[in-house]
Design a protein around this ligand. Structure first.
Ligand SMILES: Cc1cc2nc3c(=O)[nH]c(=O)nc-3n(C[C@H](O)[C@H](O)[C@H](O)COP(=O)(O)OP(=O)(O)OC[C@H]3O[C@@H](n4cnc5c(N)ncnc54)[C@H](O)[C@@H]3O)c2cc1C
Length: 632
């Protein structure tokens, strides 16, 4: 509740998912439901193990850095009880392959491109009688469920041990979403009615009106969505990500299954195998299927690639400092770090405001008031609905980092972490590093124009008119650059282009800001800076990065870094809490949506030394794998 950035929409999605799971359990056994306990796992699980005389504790394997340390803590605490409880960690459920296995089969290294991912996955035995290299098949849905413990055992009221151990609330990354009314709802670990019910937004102190996303959580919804795609064989068989429009909404052009993959309301392996069934059927009918990696199986493999990279690197994966795969670029607004007892330097949730102008750009980007309607429409879609198309994410991520604002990718990743309903650390961080040319991708001269890219997909600006309604009456000629419209026309169309987006308009005359900078100028300056950073050839684990020596190399003007005890901005200090067109990449797409992947320079060096094999073979294997027929 406090330390992970989660906005109201993702809370809503999670609670809907839990409620649906609870209903599904009740369908199996009318006396059963999901029992939710309200306390940190490492403190509550040992207490319950003792109270309920648990002899086997089972949980799913999770390779996220935080999850690994959490699970280890739980295991130690339960084993420390000395009751002989068997702790069983069962197979991975969130990815196609076990990320640790991917890393092992990749020679212990992070999976940095599709070739490595495919090659490594080809060596993994699913262990269920399936073919080597194939993702494991899903287990059948249970048809029975034992009854719950008796009412007396389940009654924890009156036992002082089960009063909620309240965690230290500061720093609270989600403070701005809460109204302070959560008090009282967390006194008992079984909830205010002592019934282990799913928590409500109100109990968390979140106004449900803030959770506006139309995207609904729960297995029922996930299976309904999946069925619409699988029934539509033409869509599933021919889907190619680069051909799907970032400007489509209601409905969007891609599946929107990502939050379900994250929360486990739809297994990625079920999606994979259902798609393989469609491919097979079409093949038998003589129909062509879309090629990888732009097709659905290819997209799922990108997801596994990021999980593999994360599993190899642990906490360092999600930050630049100490991260051996992250190219060091002296962005504005870099993260501050704390030293841990084991010598790691982890993000501490604050960042250094070395440049007020960059801070202003960041705020305006986050709030959807940059004055570039395409960017603002996308950011508002993210804020209100919690989701954005992949190419929209490309546009706004490039714009914030190497293609406009020159702000650290870590700031952008934090905003996505807060607002996405599908936030998944491995994918979010991995894609932000990709887009900012920090890792995975390095062609920094390929930028997204905030004007031409959107125009290509949506020349009439329907997407902008929907998400930036101030501009809904503007003539198509000006919808991507409204500041160019004559003043008289602006008045006629009911919106004045002025200010920085903070001034309120009237009912008859709205206000929308002018562009916050000249994109062409910024583009050139970003290119120069990126070149300088690339020429320095430093990575996050470089000793010059760790020592701060890099600042003199890049003539970087540091900000002061004092902060008050609440972690809030102190006036006069520089440490903050949370809080053209012809240069567009030819077809507006990056390699992860279908092009050949550019290898990292470190890998290229290895290749010339003869230690890395050609990626061609692996690409062929991927082709074979994603079009492979389902084993019957
Ligand atoms: C800056 C940035 C941040 C991102 N953050 C996240 C994130 O936090 N969580 C997340 O799941 N995805 C993230 N993505 C990847 C991608 O944008 C989303 O997975 C995709 O848009 C989800 O929509 P969909 O389910 O309709 O995808 P579809 O196109 O229908 O693809 C099917 C599935 O493949 C997976 N997938 C597709 N593309 C990618 C990709 N590039 N990386 C990883 N998995 C992929 C998803 O699970 C998705 O549901 C991010 C991309 C960018 C550029």
């Amino acid at each position: 509740m406090y330390r992970a950035r989660v906005g109201p929409n993702r809370w809503k999605f999670l609670l809907e998912s839990q409620s649906c799971l609870s209903e599904r359990l009740t369908e199996l056994n009318p006396r059963q439901k999901l029992n939710v306990v309200r306390e940190a796992p490492a403190s509550v699980i040992p207490k319950l193990v003792r109270k309920w005389k648990v002899d086997v504790l089972v949980f799913e394997k999770d390779t996220d850095a935080y999850a690994k340390s959490r699970d280890e803590e739980v295991r130690r605490a339960v084993e420390g009880l000395g009751l002989g409880v068997k702790v069983v960690v069962c197979a991975i459920g969130r990815t196609l392959y076990d990320p640790d296995e991917l890393v092992r089969c990749n020679g212990g290294r992070p999976t940095m491109n599709m070739s490595q991912t495919v090659k490594a996955s080809a060596l993994i035995d699913p262990g269920d009688g399936g073919k080597k290299g194939e993702p494991r098949r899903c287990m059948p849905t249970p048809v029975t469920l034992p009854g719950p413990l008796g009412a007396e055992e389940m009654d924890l009221s009156g036992d002082p041990e089960f009063r909620h151990e309240v965690p230290e609330p500061a720093p609270d990354f989600n403070q701005e979403h809460r109204n302070g009314n959560e008090e009282g709802h967390y006194e008992s670990i079984a909830g205010p009615r002592n019934d282990f019910a799913v928590v409500t937004l109100e109990e968390m102190g979140i106004d449900p009106k803030l959770a506006m996303s139309p995207h609904k959580g729960g297995e029922r919804e996930a299976l309904r969505l999946l069925k619409t795609y699988i029934d539509n064989e033409e869509y599933t068989g021919t889907f190619e990500k680069p051909k799907s429009s970032p400007a489509d909404f209601g409905p969007q052009s891609t599946t929107l299954l990502s939050p379900h993959h994250h929360f486990g309301t739809l297994s990625v392996r079920k999606f994979w195998w259902d798609v393989q069934d469609v491919f097979e059927k079409r093949k038998k009918a003589g129909k062509q299927n879309a090629p990888p990696p732009a097709n659905f199986p290819g997209q799922l493999l990108f997801r596994d690639m990021y999980f593999g990279a994360q599993a190899a690197l642990g906490y360092a994966f999600a930050q630049t400092r100490g991260n051996k795969i992250a190219r060091f670029i002296p962005w504005h607004l870099q993260s501050n770090h704390s030293d841990t007892p084991v010598g790691e330097h982890l993000l501490d949730g604050t960042y250094n405001v070395d440049d007020e102008q960059a801070e202003e750009y960041f705020r305006r980007w986050k709030e959807g008031r940059t004055g570039f309607p395409w960017i603002d429409a996308l950011m508002r879609q993210l804020k209100y609905e919690g989701w954005m198309h992949h190419l929209g994410r490309h546009s706004v991520a490039c714009f914030l980092t190497r293609g406009g604002c020159y702000v650290s990718w870590e700031r952008g990743a934090e905003v996505f972490e807060e607002w996405l309903v599908d936030h998944e650390t491995a994918c979010n961080v991995g894609n932000w590093m990709w887009l900012s040319c920090t890792a995975f991708f390095s062609q920094f001269s390929r930028m997204y124009s905030p004007i031409a890219f959107g125009k290509k997909w949506d020349p009439d600006g329907h997407f902008i008119r929907h998400y930036v309604p101030e501009l809904k009456s503007f003539d198509t000629k000006y919808i991507y650059e409204p500041h160019k419209a004559p003043i008289a026309d602006q008045k006629r169309w009911g919106c004045q282009i002025t200010g920085d987006g903070t001034e309120k308009g009237t009912k008859d005359m709205a206000k929308y800001p002018k562009p916050m900078f000249d994109f062409n100028e910024k583009r050139q300056s970003c290119l120069n800076k990126m070149k300088e950073a690339y020429d320095a050839h430093m990575y996050g684990d470089d000793k010059r990065v760790m020592s701060g020596e890099w600042k003199s190399m890049f003539n970087y003007v540091d900000g002061k870094t004092t902060m008050d005890e609440t972690g809030e901005l102190v006036s006069g200090t520089k440490k903050r809490m949370r809080t053209p067109d012809d240069h567009e990449y030819e077809d507006g797409q990056h390699a992860d949506v279908g092009d050949q992947i550019e290898e990292e320079p470190r890998r290229k060096a290895a290749k010339t030394n003869g230690t890395a094999k050609s990626s061609k073979g692996a690409q062929t294997k991927l082709d074979a794998m994603v079009t492979r027929s389902k084993k019957t």
